[in-house]
Write a protein that binds this ligand. Structure first.
Ligand SMILES: [Zn+2]
Length: 873
């Protein structure tokens, strides 16, 4: 859109749009096939091309590239509104910021804003790339809004600024489209994508919302919390394909008490408008108030709740990518007896059109009035459902424009008032922390998402102690108080027993804990009462600067503690330097501190400074130092899309570990010890998943089969010959079956009714004198996700293994929800077991879970590096 041509007369607008409609092809003409037809998908570069046409040819559409993805695809945002609104976008954006930060607005100003501003609505599509329908719907809705001359469309455009992210995951859109094009119409049509649908993190990309490790996450949150602060944000997903066709809000119990209830009121209202539109479009099987809860923090639309934005989730039943699925019919209100057929999963291998068993949820009720009864379901059905959802959203926002804006302002004002009341009044962060990078990242992710972070310009007193200049303070009297509070305080998940019967699921939907200071190992103090301090608001958080205190006669000692010490070790090894680690505490430095002799790479000082490390000069060689040889690291990558593998790969790259991915064939070929010193297994694969891999007939030959027993033997031989295997979470099971370990997982036989812990935070005690615990705090937070806990087998004594970390005897739960805490008391959380000439490191939980728990990264980093103490080749 050319901004210079705006503000034409009404007649000119009419003439211009009439001309425009001819130059913009319909999506079907552009694609060369009907959008949504069986088997067909528009690939990302074509979608971008189409939006480029709309941008050029329509004065209602502006398309902007937010930046590139990992694979170099453009991440785009389309802004769609009336030409009049498009001409004053900057002013609208400025008003949106004022609405989001409403401090000091008078009633008159509020009324003026509400009266004169359009509602801003954001829709994002396709974050989970196999949920492909919305990326196609985006083209159709944009075409309609750009070309339609009806009164309905004009009213929408006049009253709404519509922001559209056609794909939140363009790299994945490309991968899924290519896979679809390969398997459609073949015997492979039911084969799963053999790799993640994102270069690193697959389905977890939505779980990256608050930590923002990936570029797409940054683009999304920038649109939401820096640039636009929309009144409503809808993230359009797809769900499984056998039951409910469409979920729209209201959300299910429990709800998060930090979220302003006005969010639930608005989400319910718009959700019911969506429901009605779906009903009118003849779409059956629409449900609400089930499965998807209002409690969890961790996805983009959920993060919106805590920013006074009406975040909404919609879920439409999936087809088989772009190919249709068939389902046997059920009768309303009657559950069919099992037909005694063999599994549908086996049947569809022979006949891709074999129908699924009929739906079982067929009883009409208030929250599911017209149950889905089976039949054919196609990509076109998905797109039609999403069009109904999106148009209902736009209509609701246009109708309720004034109320939505007023409500958002009120939520911000109420949050500021609540913060002034105290309890909590502020969170304080001492500038000196165990790991300066963790503090920096914690503050940076909050600040990026609109939280006001301040720094003390002078010493002050609070909570009965003195705080130095440079202390960071997050005061709660701010519009996004809920976001800061929710991410800084421990989570207290509602007890199902406190709810009326049937009002809450027995198990939480996802993780139940996300407290940033705990998982990142950052110390914070909560001030419940006001205090006086000279505070300055920071535009951005300064990265930690390292401390260089020269080089002594014998060289330099660099303190253990920061995770970035691992990066320094990797850089020294890369330069051919031979650093040493202190095996015991010496010269006031903890075990695990790094000693570099007088012959040093010229860049050492610069590295120490840029990595935020702390170096002191030493004149005598520390006695307890042991040489650390570089190790050759391999990371196993299964052909079954492992997110844990992706996260591990991403983290290793961030800390500059050199490593090589190994696939099934590489491992099955054996002779691993000749090439590798350390082998890492992703933690989200059970023993049988590792051994069998993808083994259905529909899997293309080159991806079939896993490690096999051959691979197990090769790994056993690798360790026997002096290699180190590092496993965590589910990988522990593989290690137990492969080696005769003196430890077993004590939780394996414990029933769920007695022990359950779906993503909570637990205290663990770490032996910092053990090489794998080097540089850690004596107490760390384990992100525990139905993980393991070891106990020694009776036949073995403690001589056979080293305990690195242990669950304490009581008071384990730090944040979130768990059942059966006593089952973990005193059990082992991490251990090193010797096996022949090598070793196996077992970590019961995931030390690098979604690259979030900075407080336990070191278990992984040390397990890799300290293998270099004794390496013989
Ligand atoms: Zn999804």
């Amino acid at each position: 859109m050319l901004r210079a041509l705006l503000r034409p007369t009404a007649l000119a607008v009419l003439l211009a749009t009439a001309a425009v409609a001819q130059t913009i092809p319909t999506p079907d003409d552009f694609a060369g096939f009907p959008i949504g037809s069986d088997g067909n998908l528009l690939r990302w570069e074509r979608i971008v091309e189409y939006f480029g046409i709309l941008d050029r040819e329509s004065d209602r559409v502006l398309v902007r590239e937010m930046g590139k993805t990992h694979n170099g695809n453009p991440f785009i945002l389309a802004t769609i509104s009336s030409p009049e609104n498009m001409a004053r976008l900057d002013a609208i954006q400025a008003t949106q910021k004022r609405i989001a930060y409403p401090k000091g607005l008078t009633e008159e100003e509020i009324e003026g804003i509400a009266e004169n501003s359009p509602a801003v609505v954001l829709v994002s599509c396709n974050i989970h790339a196999t949920e492909i329908g919305a990326s196609q719907m985006a083209v159709e809705i944009a075409h309609r809004l750009a070309t339609d001359e009806s009164a309905w469309t004009r009213r929408i455009l006049d009253n709404v600024v519509f922001l559209l992210i056609p794909s939140f995951n363009p790299d994945g859109q490309v991968m899924v489209t290519d896979w679809n094009n390969r398997v459609r119409g073949t015997e492979h049509v039911w084969a799963s994508l053999p790799y993640l649908y994102h270069p690193y993190i697959g389905h977890d990309n939505n779980r990256d919302a608050y930590m923002m490790t990936q570029p797409e996450s940054r683009y999304g949150n920038r649109i939401l919390f820096q640039e636009w602060f929309p009144q409503v944000y809808v993230d359009e997903h797809q769900q499984g394909n056998s039951g409910m066709r469409v979920f729209v809000p209201p959300f299910a119990n429990p709800i998060n008490p930090n979220v302003d209830p006005a969010i639930w009121a608005q989400a319910g209202k718009i959700g019911f408008a969506m429901y009605q539109a779906l009903h009118e479009a003849g779409i059956e099987g629409v449900g609400y108030d089930q499965r998807y809860t209002g409690w969890w923090q961790g996805g983009f639309l959920r993060g919106a709740w805590f920013h006074n934005i009406v975040g909404m989730l919609t879920e439409v039943a999936s087809a088989n990518l772009a190919s249709p699925v068939f389902q046997e019919k059920a009768e309303l209100g009657k559950r069919r007896a099992s037909s005694g057929r063999t599994s549908w999963y086996d049947e569809r291998e022979k006949n891709p059109e074999a129908p699924m068993p009929p739906p079982t949820d067929v009883m009409p009720r208030y929250d599911y009035p017209r149950p889905w009864l089976g039949g054919k379901w196609t990509l076109r059905h998905i797109i039609d459902s999403e069009l109904a959802i999106t148009t209902a959203l736009l209509e609701s926002a246009a109708d309720q424009r004034r109320r939505l804006i007023r409500s958002q302002i009120q939520m911000g004002l109420d949050a500021i008032a609540a913060g002034k009341q105290g309890d909590p009044w502020a969170c304080l962060f001492h500038p000196e922390q165990h790991d300066p990078e963790a503090l920096y990242r914690l503050l940076e992710v909050l600040e990026y998402c609109g939280v006001i972070v301040e720094r003390a310009e002078a010493e002050f007193r609070a909570e009965g102690r003195n705080w130095p200049k440079g202390t960071y303070v997050i005061r709660m009297a701010q519009p996004f108080r809920a976001y800061a509070k929710d991410l800084l305080e421990p989570q207290d998940h509602p007890d199902p027993g406190m709810m009326p019967p049937g009002k809450m699921a027995d198990q939480p939907y996802d993780s139940t804990a996300w407290t940033l200071p705990l998982q990142m190992g950052v110390e914070t103090v909560v001030a419940n009462k006001p205090f006086e301090a000279e505070l300055e608001r920071l535009g951005s958080i300064p990265a930690p600067a390292g401390k260089w205190n020269g080089k002594g006669k014998a060289g330099t000692l660099i303190a253990a503690g920061p995770n970035r010490l691992a990066t320094l070790i990797n850089r020294l090894h890369r330069e051919g330097a031979a650093p040493f680690l202190l095996r015991k505490r010496a010269k006031g430095a903890p075990a695990g501190s790094l000693y570099v002799g007088a012959e040093q790479p010229a860049q050492l000082e610069q590295w120490v400074r840029e990595l935020g490390l702390s170096a002191t000069a030493v004149d005598k060689t520390p006695g307890a130092a042991a040489k650390l040889e570089p190790v050759r690291v391999a990371l196993y990558r299964p052909w079954t899309a492992s997110m844990d593998e992706g996260w591990t790969r991403w983290l290793l790259e961030q800390y500059e570990f050199p490593f090589t991915p190994l696939f099934d064939a590489d491992i099955r070929a054996g002779k691993l010890r000749e090439r590798w010193d350390v082998l890492l297994l992703p933690g989200d694969r059970s023993d049988s998943q590792l051994i069998r891999g993808a083994d259905r007939a529909s899997t293309p030959e080159e991806y079939r089969g896993g490690l096999g027993e051959e691979g197990r033997r090769a790994i056993r031989e690798f360790v026997a010959q002096g290699g180190r295997l590092v496993v965590w979470h589910d990988g522990v099971e593989f290690a137990q079956k492969t080696f005769e370990l003196p430890l077993r997982n004590a939780l394996r036989a414990t029933p769920r009714s007695q022990f359950s812990c779906p993503g909570c935070f637990l205290r663990v005690q770490v032996d910092r004198e053990h090489p794998i615990g080097f540089g850690m705090e004596p107490e760390a937070t384990a992100v525990f996700d139905d993980d393991a806990a070891f106990e020694p087998l009776p036949a073995f004594s403690y001589v056979d293994f080293d305990v690195v970390a242990r669950y304490p005897s009581d008071d384990l739960l730090q944040s979130g929800w768990m059942r059966g805490e006593a089952h973990l008391s005193q059990l082992i959380a991490a251990a090193q077991v010797e096996y022949r000439r090598g070793s196996v490191v077992l970590i019961a939980f995931r030390p690098q879970f979604r690259a979030q728990p900075h407080g336990t990264f070191k278990l992984l980093f040390n397990a890799i590096h300290t293998a270099g103490f004794t390496m013989e080749r």
